[in-house]
Design a protein around this ligand. Sequence first.
Ligand SMILES: Cc1cc2nc3c(=O)[nH]c(=O)nc-3n(C[C@H](O)[C@H](O)[C@H](O)COP(=O)(O)OP(=O)(O)OC[C@H]3O[C@@H](n4cnc5c(N)ncnc54)[C@H](O)[C@@H]3O)c2cc1C
Length: 518
Amino acid sequence: MMRDRNAIIDEIRNRHKYDVIVIGGGASGIGAAVESCLRGYSTLLLEKHDFTKGTSSKSTKLIHGGVRYMAQGDLKMVREALRERGYLLKNAPHIVHDQPFIIPNYRWWEGVFYTIGLKFYDLLAGKFSLGKSVHLGKKEVLQQLPGISPRKLRGGVLYHDGQFDDSRLAMDLLHVLNNNGGSALNYAEVMALEKEDDKVTGVVFRDNHANKQYAVRASVVLNATGVWVDDIMKMDQPGHRKTIRPSQGVHLVLKKEFLPGAHALMIPKTSDGRVLFAVPWHDHLVVGTTDTPINTSSAEPVALEEEIRFILDTASAYLERKVERSDVLSVFAGLRPLAAPKDNSSKTKEISRNHKIIVSKSRLITIIGGKWTTYRKMAEDMINMAISTGLLPPSVGNTKEFPVMKSPAAEGPYRLYGENGMEIAALAEQDTRKKALIHPDLPYSWAEVEWICKNEMVLHLEDLLARRLRALLLNARATSEIAEEVAERSAPWLGWTPEQAAAETVAFRKLSESYILN
Ligand SMILES: Cc1cc2nc3c(=O)[nH]c(=O)nc-3n(C[C@H](O)[C@H](O)[C@H](O)COP(=O)(O)OP(=O)(O)OC[C@H]3O[C@@H](n4cnc5c(N)ncnc54)[C@H](O)[C@@H]3O)c2cc1C
């Protein structure tokens, strides 16, 4: 169970200073906070909205080396990501699993080309390989990837990568942080940096929930705010030049019946040179993504019409059944925090997905770029940088070996929650109302709702329905329909009055409109 918010605010008031303050509650910030607290540093994480409200809940849900980065020749990054994939599969097996993919081939040379390429991918993975890549004939592709169109199909290549639930893994990591003495607050927005002798000594943040402001000191402040890093860097140096160029990626969620098997589809080169995935996820199909340079960083980026069209057309070209707008259950968009190129080129596809750490003159440490897959390595690099800069006393980390859950996961429908799944299963056994699904089209029970409300720092209905449960991303219409009942039944656990529950329903329904495709 996560600590009560008020207890954390009291701790902040009473504590003179933390060793580490992390700004940003996405993959990079949560990873850094966990690394810091497991190494024995007192740690506070501050997130402006809810945890993973930014990019970290809008990914393609892959824990992967990145086949396309291999094609771009970035072998060091691919090898690092494959190693991290291996650690994650070992340390979080309740939530990260092996996902077989098939790349269909349409021209005579593609079979040989992709088989050799993916054999090399296996080689780069070394002992972390999840299984051998193999060439498949047309008949085998049609058997293993039902739903793929047989038109012009010659064969395919099967390879393995990892898949996960992004914001659920973040919640597990926040439980680790909490259980090891670290503190994390959502709806806590850093408004300014505190300085002495031009060195950063802490932050001023506003508790947006209670509308109160606090100053808190730290030996080191880490800026892990994704596409918002420049805002914090501007607080540090008003004349700071942009380091980030956001690039938007959109996903459409469809019924699983478009690709009903266990294998995912990977198109390495679409008509305009992009990669397209169609991956089974929570008994649905996630299809994406795009790569569109964007000038503003919004917490709720909206899919552009041309991005939706591109995904619908491309998916229809490869699947047996045409994908219509009316088939889309949900649409979501995220922003990649890519490093801005120095020459102002607009081709984000060519901008490195590598992470980069910047130590400013004031000793603010900023991380840019990276991937969910490599969050642990990014965190290790950030803390090591704080040590080598002399801001923290030396320590040795070992998150490579640190299991995210202490005991084995509950089997069955609550496996995703790891050891906490046992508590949810026990709740579900209490009465049939709790065991029931919240909606026939959503894979979540009322027992999950109750457990999450009591344990995972939910402040708004959106936190529950978009990120603790993934209902909004799986089926936006169904989630909007059930929002009122969820708000009413959750109200006693969340301390809401009937008026607050009604206001939460209205706000959630408004948000869900941008996830529904009309
Ligand atoms: C479309 C898409 C698909 C992707 N797919 C994959 C994938 O399949 N696998 C993979 O490994 N990676 C994937 N990635 C990359 C991965 O999702 C990102 O690298 C990662 O989520 C970035 O995390 P972050 O913590 O740096 O940023 P974010 O998740 O954006 O977190 C930054 C946080 O900082 C907070 N913040 C901002 N300002 C303040 C402030 N003043 N005070 C406090 N908090 C603040 C924000 O609210 C936000 O929550 C994908 C990215 C995109 C866009």
